[in-house]
Design a protein around this ligand. Structure first.
Ligand SMILES: Nc1nc2c(ncn2[C@@H]2O[C@H](COP(=O)(O)OP(=O)(O)OP(=O)(O)O)[C@@H](O)[C@H]2O)c(=O)[nH]1
Ligand SMILES: [Mg+2]
Length: 432
């Protein structure tokens, strides 16, 4: 049976050869800088491009707090309306999250579709989902996002018009016709995904019995995760210069130099402010990371703000319960900005610079992965003074904490640590 979502997926803008014209809008709230806003808008422009539309202009406003009616002020909203007319824009996209009421008020004022960053990310996911599970996960996230936005008696107009960003998935009139049906569909998807999750857990148990260690490749979208998996295992995973090219995890066996083979998995990419509903819906896929023995965290070393991307990825990792898994930082695309890659490795102990494109650094990466995997079975004991929170954080990040005990002047930590990490922390190591 095809779902309304699957029917609607057939009609993307790109296939009709028309690209939507979009104006980007952002309010800079008190604690943020104007540069941060522009960087975030640049990323939103890339997301929009990936979704198949073009930025034709942008508007920003500094505010202490969002306006409850339009998010931006009334005067600014009027200015936005003028700009839409002047630039013949089809849609406006806010970088900030709009409430259903703000979205409605904006659409009424502008006579155009008003969307937010979450809707754009959901749209890209909708275009890129291919497997049964991926589609079910995206549909669930879409329905949960749209349910509170269904308005009684609203004309099927605005959001329906072009069939562009934010409209893929169930058609609005269909949604209106039966809220209850949507509720039922959500419950059914929940149940289906639960079943799929059980199957996955069984598969995982099977793998655990096989005794192979598991390594998950995680990282910001477009960092080169799939390229790395392909390069190391000839996996043949789709690689594209688009955001969120991968939604379904692929697992391959990887032979480590002089060691046991491990299972290496590619995962869905992360982005700043990944919609919570998507994280929720993709829980079973993201579990690959939480259940692995080691995270290979791939970073695009040529990105404008690699540290910001690292922070965003770590935030999501803790949200999906993977913060406890040891992490190995890999600075990819070293062929593009070699100096920046070197600096990042220098700043991050135990990391490595590679290029999935040229193959540079991959031998060293394999040695490091082997070292980390072997260390999973060696437990080291450390005594860390209470004022050295930084050391505690390092142990958590680079290894796996087995137990902690509070003693008079220090915390006693037993942890599985790689030789290299234990070496760097040697002044705190008491039993090895
Ligand atoms: N120059 C250069 N480009 C790379 C390198 N690794 C990957 N790329 C390019 O970066 C883009 C993204 O690569 P992917 O492997 O699809 O990235 P990903 O992290 O899997 O991305 P998503 O699945 O979309 O999150 C592609 O255009 C790759 O060709 C590298 O080492 N050097
Ligand atoms: Mg990928």
């Amino acid at each position: 049976m095809t779902t309304p979502y699957q029917e609607a997926l057939g009609s993307t803008l790109i296939s009709r050869g028309v690209r939507e014209r979009i104006i980007l809008v952002a309010a800079t709230l008190a604690q943020h800088s104007d540069d941060e806003t522009q960087e975030s808008l640049d990323e939103l422009a890339r997301l929009i491009d990936t979704a198949g539309a073009d930025e034709v202009g942008r508007i920003t406003q500094r505010r202490d707090a969002p306006d409850s009616t339009f998010y931006i002020g009334k005067g600014k909203a009027e200015e936005l309306r003028e700009l839409c007319l002047a630039l013949d824009a089809d849609t406006v996209v806010f970088d900030n999250d709009l409430s259903p009421a703000q979205q409605y008020n904006l659409e009424k004022l502008l006579g155009r579709t008003a969307l937010d960053r979450t809707a754009v990310i959901l749209d890209i996911f909708a275009q890129n989902a291919h497997t049964l599970e991926g589609k079910a996960q995206v549909e669930l996230a879409l329905l949960r996002y749209r349910l509170p936005r269904i308005r009684k008696g609203a004309k099927a107009g605005l959001s329906q018009q072009g069939g562009g960003i934010g409209t893929r998935g169930p058609g609005e009139t269909k949604l209106e016709s039966d809220r209850r049906r949507i509720g039922e569909r959500i419950s059914r998807l929940d149940r289906e995904l639960e079943e799929l999750q059980k199957t996955r857990q069984e598969q995982r148990k099977g793998r655990a019995r096989s005794g192979l260690g598991s390594v998950a490749i995680v990282g910001y979208t477009n960092a080169g995760k799939s390229s790395l998996l392909n390069r190391l295992t000839s996996a043949g995973v789709l690689v594209e210069n688009r955001l969120f090219a991968t939604l379904d995890p692929t697992t391959r066996r990887l032979a480590l130099p002089g060691g046991e083979p491990v299972l290496l998995s590619d995962t869905v990419g992360f982005v700043r402010r990944l919609p919570h509903g998507l994280i929720e819906a993709f829980k079973s896929t993201l579990e690959v990371a939480a259940m692995s023995d080691l995270l290979v965290h791939v970073v695009d070393s040529s990105a404008v703000d690699p540290n910001g991307q690292i922070a965003a990825v770590r935030e999501i990792l803790s949200e999906i319960g993977a913060a406890h898994v040891p992490e190995l930082l890999v600075f990819n695309k070293a062929d593009l900005e070699p100096d920046q890659a070197k600096r990042l490795v220098y700043e991050n102990n135990g990391s490595v610079a590679v290029s999935a494109l040229t193959g540079e650094g991959l031998d060293e990466l394999l040695l490091l992965v082997g070292d980390r995997m072997r260390s999973l079975t060696t437990v080291v004991e450390l005594l860390v003074p209470y004022d050295r929170g930084d050391i505690v954080a390092t142990v958590h990040r680079e290894g796996e904490v087995v137990s902690t005990a509070n003693e008079e002047n220090a915390m006693r930590i037993r942890a599985r640590l790689a030789d290299a990490s234990a070496g760097r922390l040697s002044e705190f190591v008491v039993v090895k």
